[in-house]
Ligand binder design. Structure first.
Ligand SMILES: [Zn+2]
Length: 165
């Protein structure tokens, strides 16, 4: 009787693959075939590895969508006016504004000595700066610096008349 060299491996992915195990020692083939059977086939394994950059993009896109949803909810609750700028910069600017103002609240009110009245005044200032590019430029700023940054904003950064004054 010839020593068995070919094995039909039933992989966990559901594929059955014929394998030539003649390069393995004869007494190891059955064990190796079992080991292979506990795994997905090499095509599925490769496909899973190649798809991970896509998964990462997907993950990033999902995270951005969540951040965007949080930012727009915040805008509505605090009556933040829409930003102005090129269409493709708007979503980014919206996230930057939300992030920086949230950081400022933490630094000045939660961890600082500002009261709600101080904060309301700053919020009024925040509402006047509607140039999208201004908020993107401040993306690396510290929350505690927001009052100073707003004070340095120019008329060009306040393209619309503030409807809240
Ligand atoms: Zn497979």
């Amino acid at each position: 009787m010839a020593v068995r060299t070919h094995w039909a491996i039933d992989h966990t992915c559901g594929h059955q693959v014929e394998r030539d195990l003649s390069d393995r020692a004869a007494d190891r083939r059955a064990g190796f075939a079992r080991w292979l059977g506990d795994r997905e086939c090499s095509d599925c394994w490769k496909a899973a590895r190649e798809s991970s950059p896509v998964d990462k993009q997907q993950w990033l896109a999902t995270r951005r969508a969540e951040e965007h949803a949080a930012a727009t909810e915040w805008e509505q609750r605090y009556h933040m006016p829409p930003l102005e700028g090129p269409e493709k910069a708007l979503a980014w600017a919206i996230r930057c504004r939300h992030q920086l103002v949230a950081d400022a609240y933490t630094a000045l009110v939660v961890e600082g000595d500002w009261d709600e009245a101080d904060w309301s005044e700053l919020e009024e200032q925040v509402r006047t700066v509607t140039r999208a590019g201004w908020w993107i430029d401040q993306r690396d700023a510290e929350g505690g610096d927001l009052p100073e940054l707003l004070a340095a904003a120019t008329d060009a950064d306040r393209p619309t008349e503030n409807p809240f004054v």
